[in-house]
Structure formats: C-alpha cells, structure tokens
Design a protein around this ligand. Sequence first.
Ligand code: ATP
Ligand code: MG
Length: 266
Amino acid sequence: RVIEALAGLAAVCIARIHFEEEAQIARVAAESERLRTALLDSISHELRTPLATIMGAITGMIESAHVLSSEDQRELLSTVRDGAMRMNRLVTNLLGMVRLESGMLRLNKHWCDISDMIGVALGEVQDALQHRRVHVSLPDNLPAIYVDDVLLEQVLVNLLSNAIKYSPDGSEIYISAKCDDNVVFIEVRDTGIGIRPEEAERIFEKFYRSDTTRQIPGTGLGLAICKGIVDAHGGNIRAQPAKTGGTIFTIQLPADDAEHKENTGL
Ligand code: ATP
Ligand code: MG
C-alpha cells in the first residue's frame, strides 16, 4: 500500500511538472506573439505616417496646382522630402537589423577621417535640426581610423537623430572626439530629456523604448543597430545621463586595426 501511495504521489508530481511546463511554453508563445504584434504595429505606424504625409502633400499639389503660390509649393515639396527621408532612415535601419541578425554584415573598411564622417552625418540630419545648435570640437592630431565609414556614419546619424528627437528645439548638441592610447573616443551629448541611469544598457536592446518617450515616434531599432555596428568593429558604445541634464553617448573604437596590420605587414 505504501508503494502504491508513493507511486500515486510521484504520478501527481510528474503530472504537475508536465502541466507547468506546458503552461510555461504557452506563456512564452503568448509573450513572443505580443512582442511580434507590438513590433509590427510600431513598424507599420512608422512606415505609414510618413507615407500618409507624402501622399497628402502630393494630392494637394495635384488638385490645387493652379492656386498654389511658389512658396506653398516649396513647403509641400519639403514635406514630401522630410517624409521620404524618415522612411529612408527606417528602411535603412530595418535592413541593417536584418543584416546584423543574419550574420551578413560585412565591413568594408578603409582609412577614414573622423571629421569627414561627422560632417556627412551632420549633413543628413541638417533639416531636422531646426534651431538646435551643434558644437563640434575635434583636436588637430586626430588619427585616421580603419573602419567602414558608411556604417559608422549610420551610427552617428542614429545618435544625432536621437539627440534631436529627445531634446527641445533651440537646445545644444555637442560632438567631440579624442584619441588616447590607440583608442578613439567619439562623444555625442545632448541637453534634452535624458535617460534614467538604470536604462543606460537596456536602451541598446532591440525594440526597447523608454516609458518617458512613448509619445515620440520611433521603433527602438536605432541604438541596437549602433551597438551591432560598433561591436563588429571591435569597439563599444555606451550611454550615460549627463550631469547637466541630457544624455552622453560614447563610441570607443580601436584606432588601428590588428587585422589590417597583419595583412599589410605594418
Ligand atoms: P528609432 O528606431 O526610430 O531610432 P528610437 O529612437 O525609439 O526609434 P533607439 O534609437 O534605439 O530607438 O532608442 C531607444 C530608446 O532610448 C528611445 O526610445 C529613448 O527612450 C531612449 N533614447 C535614445 N537616445 C536618447 C537620447 N538622446 N535622449 C533620451 N533618450 C534617448
Ligand atoms: Mg533612435
């Protein structure tokens, strides 16, 4: 009887473990389904909003072509361009994410000038700056670095567009770089709403968006891509709240590349 009772107890335990496992699997499936839906919602919203703006502006131009002043036309055309640029950034980020996740990210490295890369990135966000002032401070002896400039420009564009998006118009953005012990540091600091110290790492996770910025459009992909690209260069990127308010992002990159040295025998 004792053996039967023990066997019964064991059977109950096994059944309970089994049901708990099933419940756990169902929970995980529901969670990933919820994530997928949230992701699709946010991406389709992000794609549709600029598309709706573009279509609205173009329809306006077609239907009222005869009454529009050249000033109005210019304004509508710049609305179209802004919408297209916003879509372009999202599509670039989505493709970048796919490339990173599928292990298809190939670095096309050259010797690059840091100030040129900063210049290109600034050019891309120029129209979104409005009245924000950008201060760039670079030392004269900054070395060239052996990196994929197109990808690093994408990193800088993402950091700058965040600095713009999460700071009020008229505020200041500071970009600086320095080289210490064969390591190059590039810093982008804004004076905007800032991040909480406990979020400093999480914001680099894919699709993570802070509660404080929910009302500002975004997909939460930008920083995950920045991290993927910087990591692929053997560097690192981190964020911290600035003491004076706002956020500091620091990219750290090896100034010379061991692989390149080996190949060229330098
Ligand atoms: P997108 O994919 O369009 O870039 P996003 O800006 O929301 O969307 P990330 O760039 O990855 O995505 O940023 C993730 C989150 O980190 C943001 O939603 C925001 O909460 C926070 N964040 C990023 N940069 C800043 C910043 N400069 N100041 C304050 N918060 C920031
Ligand atoms: Mg962003």
